[in-house]
Design a protein around this ligand. Structure first.
Ligand code: PLP
Length: 362
């Protein structure tokens, strides 16, 4: 096999091209308007959330969620130490302080006991990250804890469109507010893009104002609040609408890819695939915890297989530079890698990847 198997890539087809052509022929204004509203409707219907607002990206949607919850400079937000750096950065932007806690070894989601131990009078929110579509085993206790302490639960569901809680609620809709990303590596993409979802009409109202200069409706210059410009574009929405139509098929592909890798790569002393329950989740990426991770990645690269290291522990990144030791996220940072996981990955390619991994450990 000489053509490289890429770790992940966005997939757009003729449907997106034709929809864009027809939109341009109609003389759209490109900026956020009816197509964005149509995409927001599709997302509310799909997730079951009452409100959805499209924004520039999944980082801005977290910042906006935090702002709508009233989080401001000096407030503390509890965040898992295994996540994409956008999660803590989104609140750093408004001067709030991320408090990192370790994650559970099985789900890679926040550890509830450690979360509780970090609560202080300055805590204003918990940002729950659903790693690869999974949810915290303690989700009910976390929800209860946040309600009792009168703090907000913000769900960073960037990796989780198409994944659900066992009770049928979509990931991102159990918190006070949830956030999705449509960056190129996600199950569907608009190039850049994010969505805020909520069932809380007060939060929804604030998000609406905050994302559009604090004005009550488009086009006027009457500003009741301080707001910003976090608007989407209809040209991206046209793509998003076509991508949403493909979501069900992509969920099936993601589940099939996970099932195939898992059956061909049973856990052993050299590696293990992190478990996803595909009854509820559409695994975003295939996560391998591997001995000799860096050598394995180099070996696969030489054999035209793209992989990517899983996120390093955030607290040890130079940007945060903390000394606390959080062992599970540190372990993932040294042993975790993502295998090729694009929705168009075929059986032959998966078999090739699996054979090369077996060969490496022989
Ligand atoms: C958990 C998590 N949060 C936030 C983001 C940021 O999303 P975006 O790249 O759309 O800003 C990502 C992106 O991969 C993510 O995985």
């Amino acid at each position: 096999m000489t053509k490289k198997i890429i770790q992940s890539k966005p997939i757009f087809g003729i449907e997106e091209r034709e929809a864009l052509n027809s939109y341009m022929e109609q003389g759209g204004w490109i900026t956020e308007f009816q197509k964005t509203a149509e995409l927001e409707d599709m997302i509310t219907r799909y997730t079951g959330a009452k409100h959805c607002f499209m924004v520039n990206n999944g980082t801005v949607s977290l910042t906006l969620s935090a702002l709508a919850c009233g989080i401001s400079a000096g407030d503390e937000v509890i965040i898992p130490n295994y996540t994409m750096v956008a999660t803590p950065n989104s609140i750093e932007l408004i001067g709030a302080k991320p408090i990192f806690v370790d994650v559970d070894r099985e789900t890679l989601c926040i550890d509830f006991d450690q979360l509780k131990s970090k609560y202080t009078s300055k805590t204003k929110a918990v940002m729950l990250v659903s790693a690869n579509g999974r949810h915290s085993k303690s989700i009910n206790e976390i929800r209860k804890f946040c309600t009792e302490k009168e703090i907000f639960l913000i769900e960073d569901a960037a990796q989780s469109l198409g994944s659900f809680y066992p009770n049928g609620k979509h990931i991102g809709t159990v918190g006070d507010v949830g956030s999705f990303s449509f960056s190129p590596a996600k199950i569907i993409s608009t190039g850049q893009g994010g969505a805020v979802v909520t069932n809380n009409s007060e939060i929804a109202k604030k998000v609406k104002y905050l994302k559009d200069f604090g004005r009550s409706k488009g086009g006027n210059d009457i500003h009741e609040y301080i707001g910003y410009n976090f608007k989407f574009t209809d040209i991206q929405a046209v793509i998003g609408i076509e991508q949403m139509k493909k979501l069900d098929d992509r969920i099936i592909s993601k589940k099939n890819i996970y099932t195939m890798y898992s059956s061909l790569l049973p856990n052993n002393s050299n590696f293990k695939i992190i478990y996803n329950d595909i009854n509820y989740t559409a695994p975003w990426f295939i996560e391998l915890i591997a001995e000799k991770r860096d050598e394995l990645m180099k070996y696969l690269e030489k054999n035209h297989i793209g992989t990517r290291p899983m996120y390093p522990p955030i607290n040890k990144q130079k940007a945060y530079n903390e000394t606390t030791s959080l062992p599970v996220s540190e372990m993932i940072g040294t042993k975790g890698l993502w295998l090729p996981s694009s929705v168009d990955l075929n059986e032959e390619s998966i078999q090739y990847v699996v054979d090369k991994i077996a060969k490496f450990y022989q």
